[in-house]
Design a protein around this ligand. Structure first.
Ligand code: FES
Ligand code: FES
Length: 154
């Protein structure tokens, strides 16, 4: 039995300790907002927060979450009202959408650590989140809009 907090609620799961956190989230807990892309920490589709840090859940064993706090896209807001989600809508960011929950979770982690990132900071932080549809310019614009909405506070 592994216990952790998921989107603010206590969670207990029966899983092998080396099962990837992504599998536990999607297959055991039904939190399918987090996506499987490469399975090798190369694409960022599976990005969630572990104690506030953006991590790749495909290569993180569930045992690493024991006693910690995990946040997924489902936990950002009840009604898609988080400033980053609002900015994503304003800039019409997603195309196919597959990479976007990972992009948003990385963007939130970036803004939590750097509330007013410049272009270079955005490029550096977001470089591990790949988008085969090429939405990068809109992602960058939306991050800047979200930074403005958050007024320097994430
Ligand atoms: S699925 Fe985890 S980084 Fe690609
Ligand atoms: S929106 Fe299609 S992969 Fe990014």
């Amino acid at each position: 039995m592994i216990e952790f907090s998921l989107n603010g609620k206590a969670q207990k799961v029966e899983a092998e300790s080396d099962m990837p956190l992504l599998w536990v989230l999607r297959d055991v807990l039904g939190m399918t907002g987090t996506k499987y892309g490469c399975g090798m920490a190369m694409c960022g589709a599976c990005t969630v927060h572990l104690d506030g840090e953006a991590i790749r859940s495909c290569t993180t064993p569930v045992s690493a979450a024991a006693g910690k706090s995990v946040s997924t896209i489902e936990g950002l807001s009840e009604d898609s009202s988080h400033p980053v989600q609002q900015a994503w809508r304003e800039h019409n960011v997603p195309q196919c959408g597959y990479c976007q929950s990972g992009q948003i979770m990385s963007a939130v982690a970036l803004l939590n650590s750097n509330p007013q990132p410049d272009d270079a900071a955005i490029d550096e932080f977001m470089q591990g989140n790949l988008c085969r549809c090429g939405t990068y310019p809109r992602i960058k614009a939306a991050i800047k809009t979200a930074a403005g909405k958050m007024g320097g506070k994430a």
